[in-house]
Structures are given as C-alpha cells and as structure tokens.
Design a binder for this molecule. Structure first.
Ligand SMILES: C[S@@+](CC[C@H](N)C(=O)[O-])C[C@H]1O[C@@H](n2cnc3c(N)ncnc32)[C@H](O)[C@@H]1O
Length: 459
C-alpha cells in the first residue's frame, strides 16, 4: 500500500464492491506482488536456473517464481524462452479456448497490443494456419512491441500502428478481436505505487468512455460467430461490467459462460470475470468473453499484388537459399531500397488483403538486406528459429560470453569459419556475428543492448 494510503474515493468504491472483504483486499495490497512467467512453447530451453514456484492454474505454460530474478541478466529472456507476465492476465488463454469453438485457422486482431504480453499468449495458443495482427496506436510503444514479438519468434504475427477506426474496412473479417483496453489501472496499484496517486473518479469515467469508443469499433470487426474478448486491469464497474453489458444489450453480443473450477477463486461478474489479489495469486484483472451474433460478414477479396513491395528476383531467391531451410514455405518481397521481408506462403492472400484494406498494410517480418551479391540478415531472422537453415553455422556461448554479446562489449571467441554465424545460448539464438578473419563484428541491435542498472524490459 502506498505510504500516503489510497484515495478515499477509491476505498469507498472498493467497500461498495467488496463489503466485508475490504480488509482482506487492503491487506493483500500490502504484500509483495507475485512474480510469474509464461514459457514459450516454440522455443524449448532449460529453465532450471529460475526459482520455479508452481504452475499458474489457468495457463498450461504459466509458472510462478519464488522471487524476482534479474531477467535482464538472463540471456534466455533475450532469446525469447519466456515472457514475464502477470499471472491473472494469462486467464485470456481460458477465454480463447472456451469462446472460439473448434480448432481451425483463425484471423485474430489484438487491437491494443503493446508491449505484447497478450499478443505472445495468443500467438502460442492459436491453431496452425492462423494469422494474428498486433496493433498499437501509440507510435512510441511500437518498438517495444516489435522487440518482444521478435524475441517470441512466431512466424504468423504482424505488427501495425493505427487508430482502431482504421480497421473499419475490415468489418466482419476477424474471427477473434482482443481489446486489452487502456484503463485506470486499479488492479496494478500493488505493482505501481504512483498509479494509485493518479487515480480519480473522473479519470475512471474518461477511461470507461475511451474503452466504449474502442469497443464500438472492435465489435464491428468480428464476423458472425466470432469472439470479442474485452479485458482491463481494473475493478470498477464503469470500465468493466457497464461496457460489457452495453455490448450485450445494445450490440446484441452474447456473453459466453466459461467453465472454471471454483478453486480458482475467480469472481463471476456476468458478463465477465473478476480477479482480486486477496483471492488469487495475481493482480486485479477483468475479462469479458463475448460472441458475435449479428450477421456482419466481410466480402473483401484479396488483391493481386502488394502496393509498395515487389517480388524478389530468382537470383535473389537463390542467395536466400543459403539461409532459409524451406524457401517454398515462405514468400519474399522487397522494398525499393532492397530490404527483404517475408511471411509464411499460406498467409499471402490474407496479407495482400490487409495491405489494401489498411492505410499501409501491416509490417511483414524482416529478412535482411540484399547488397549486390551479399545478404545482411535482419536481427529478427535469427530469432525466428524455424525459418533458418538447420545447419546454419552457429557459435554456442557460455553465460558470461552471452552477456558480453548482449551488452555489445568486446569478446573473443574461438570462431572457426569465416562469415555470418548465429550466436546461441542454451540452444536458442541471440543474434548474429560476422567473422572477418582478424576480428568479428557483433550485430546485436544497439538499441536493444543491455545497459547495466537499467531494467529495460522487466515487465
Ligand atoms: C493495457 S495496455 C495493453 C497491454 C498489452 N495488451 C499486453 O498484454 O502487453 C493498453 C494499450 O492500449 C493502447 N491505447 C491507448 N489509447 C488507445 C486508444 N484510444 N485506442 C486503442 N488503443 C489505445 C495503449 O497505448 C496501450 O498500449
């Protein structure tokens, strides 16, 4: 609890919501927040060095930790072996499992995506053949989203930077839309003391109105039978129940009832689910799983070409063959300045459609740059581990070397072969080096390097 205590209006609101449980709720806020991670099923690595403290009940890959290690100084964190995610918010997994029907390829939009916690969860959950668009409206938050998604390394996630309204040409096109809405953050008071001092009843109403505007658009984007999942990290009913209720009453959405064990102690506040820190091992969180009943069906068709990028030449494809395990499973495009990007071949029609429906499409994955007869790989190519040739030259680093690499400090390595090499730690790629014979260059992105004392990505 903050030294100055909570704003009186907040205590009054919580007393109305919790009645006799208020003391327990306040006592829980005086305890340390639990620490949890979600393991990346796409990147298997030994995580025995982390102080594991049992599973998160509602997510198969969620794990509590007994204490908070320095994630920044763990090379496996940088390799995308896991994501540091608050446990309650992993409940999204249950909503997806139980609201989206039989497993089939899905078109999914994560409308409020940065820094990417929910996006990485959705990516690892979604059925094969699905496409996930991760949108973040605030431009300055896009780099951290791209960085986290790059580390996660899933081939079918594509980032963009639009106001929700920009998606309206795609009305009825998505099977699932997730709105993890900007909110007053009541559920994070224990983790972020200043949040409680910024709280006010007026701000709650502003947040509720903003969420309603986002939901009004989001609801139109969901095709018949599709799911709209709305979540916040707050408790008050203006931001949560009232907005979810409005979707049910005014927009004809159906409130899906999830099958959840009573032992999980999740509050049912129809049409949603409420997490309280005195009941669950996690922070405050709210989620409403809704289904689209209105028959809005998109009749958009894919166009023939991408607007600003062209196919790469045969000669360039053969250059890439030295790098890519199965080039036929991808399509490659390049910009006028020679930057090559790629995506799975099966998603090409959907990506062409997005390219025309959105002001500037979505960002495809960076492959690298063709410079004459040379190819300079993009950092994210190393981290998208499935795409690279299995026997691509690699140098396995020990922990000390891996940290030096991630800090972009000088290090000496027994690198045998000349040219590009992938550097790995614990079996996972960290990035590239290039051996020039008398020295080698460290290609880890400068803006992502570890700066000691600054916990850049501990989320
Ligand atoms: C709760 S955060 C999302 C957290 C993210 N889903 C995750 O799990 O890591 C809400 C996001 O909504 C974005 N946002 C703020 N105003 C918005 C608006 N008017 N429309 C859409 N998104 C907005 C914020 O920039 C922020 O990234």
């Amino acid at each position: 609890m903050p030294a100055a205590g909570f704003p009186p209006a907040f205590t009054k609101q919580m007393a109305a919501l919790l009645s006799t449980e208020l003391d327990n709720f306040e006592a829980s806020l005086a305890t340390a927040p639990p620490v949890s991670i979600r393991v990346n099923p796409g990147k298997s690595a030994g995580l025995n060095h982390l102080p594991m403290d049992g599973p998160v009940p509602w997510h198969p890959d969620g794990r509590y930790l007994a204490e908070r290690p320095s994630f920044t100084l763990d090379p496996l964190f940088h390799a995308g072996a896991y994501y540091v995610q608050e446990a309650s918010s992993m409940f999204l997994y249950q909503a997806l499992e139980q609201t989206t029907g039989p497993k089939r390829p899905l078109r999914i939009l994560d409308l409020c995506a940065a820094p990417g916690g929910k996006t990485t969860l959705i990516a690892s959950w979604m059925p094969a053949g699905s496409i996930l668009v991760a949108n973040e409206v605030i431009r300055s938050r896009v780099p951290v989203l791209k960085q986290n998604l790059g580390r996660w390394g899933h081939p079918a996630v594509f980032t963009c930077n639009y106001d929700p309204e920009a998606f309206l040409p795609l009305a009825g096109w998505f099977d699932v839309v997730v709105v993890d809405a900007p909110c007053s953050g009541e559920g994070l008071f224990r983790k972020n003391e200043s949040a409680s001092q910024e709280w006010s009843p007026e701000n709650v109403l502003l947040c509720a109105a903003r969420q309603k505007r986002i939901l009004q658009v989001a609801q139109k984007l969901v095709g018949p039978g599709g799911a709209l999942i709305y979540s916040t990290c707050t408790y008050n009913s203006s931001e949560n129940d009232q907005n979810a209720d409005w979707l049910v009453r005014e927009k004809g959405m159906y409130a899906n009832v999830l099958d959840i064990p009573a032992a999980w102690q999740i509050g049912e506040r129809q049409p949603g689910y409420q997490f309280y820190p005195h009941k669950v091992k996690g922070e405050g969180f709210y989620l409403a799983p809704l289904r689209q009943l209105e028959p809005i069906r998109s009749d958009l068709k894919a166009r023939r070409e991408f607007r600003k990028m062209s196919a790469i030449h045969k000669k360039e494809v053969s250059l890439l063959k030295d790098w890519i395990e199965a080039p036929d499973q991808y399509f490659f495009l390049k910009t006028k300045s020679g930057e090559v990007c790629h995506a799975p071949a099966e998603l090409e029609p959907a990506l062409r459609l997005l390219d025309h429906a959105l002001p500037a499409g979505v960002w495809l994955h960076e492959t690298g740059q063709i410079k004459g007869s040379d190819f300079v790989p993009a950092h994210e190519l190393a981290l998208e581990q499935e795409i690279l040739r299995k026997e691509f030259p690699a140098v396995a680093l020990d922990e000390q070397q891996a940290l030096q690499y991630l800090k972009k400090e000088l290090l000496s390595l027994p690198v045998a072969g000349r040219g590009w090499q992938k550097v790995t730690y614990g079996g996972l790629a960290l990035g590239w080096i290039r051996n020039l014979g008398n020295r080698f260059n460290n290609y880890f992105p400068t803006e992502q390097r570890i700066r000691m004392g600054l916990q850049v990505n501990d989320v």
